[in-house]
Write a protein that binds this ligand. Structure first.
Ligand SMILES: [Zn+2]
Length: 193
């Protein structure tokens, strides 16, 4: 458990420093086993990932029962629905990183580029807008997630991994490929170079 909690704090600070999250946006969780029971450790609501400390991390079971003090992230249902459905996922990162979220607010899809695992589908999965924190978003997201990344339309990005560090690095990579796609699109608009 201590490892999970420490990893969440480390990843939270990394995401903030790398400007993948800002203000009090974004949330991070990790799944671990305690006596064969799945426990999810998640960042608290209304706390900047910049300042989150080990004592602030909230533990919940897969049904959402809070096992420690504190209030979990408002996206707790989104995280839990994925852990319930995807047994190989043990870490989830949700950001509003600017380039990927820019695509989420457009009608363009993000191409899956080389550099992070095999490319099976050409474009990242997405789910149409539902209110942040809603059960509807959680239900629809888990159905739409066929690989490891899901664009939440008009909202942000959700990234899963076999552990929290993998999810973090993939979130960083996704922001970069969105940036690359944006830059190449802008350059191709002009033939004056
Ligand atoms: Zn969000």
């Amino acid at each position: 458990m201590d490892d999970s909690v420490k990893s969440i704090v480390d990843v939270s600070k990394y995401l903030f420093e790398r400007k993948l999250v800002s203000g009090k946006a974004g949330n991070v969780s990790s799944r671990f086993k305690n006596n064969e029971i799945d426990i999810v450790a998640i960042t608290p609501t209304m706390t900047s990932l910049k300042n989150v400390k080990e004592k602030d991390i909230v533990l919940v079971d897969l049904d959402g029962n809070v096992l420690t003090k504190g209030k979990p992230s408002s996206e707790i249902d989104l995280h839990l629905s994925i852990y319930k459905e995807k047994k190989d996922v043990n870490g989830i990162v949700h950001t509003h990183s600017p380039f990927a979220t820019g695509f989420a607010f457009s009608n363009k899809n993000i191409k899956r580029l080389e550099g992070f695992g095999p490319i099976k589908k050409s474009y990242l999965d997405y789910v149409d807008y539902e209110a942040p924190g809603s059960k509807k978003l959680a239900e629809k997201a888990v159905k739409a997630l066929s690989e490891d990344v899901l664009i939440l339309k008009k909202h942000g990005v959700l990234v899963t991994g076999s552990n929290i560090e993998e999810a973090c690095f993939l979130a960083e990579f996704i922001e970069d490929i969105a940036k690359t796609q944006f830059i190449s699109h802008m350059l191709n608009l002009s033939d004056s170079f």
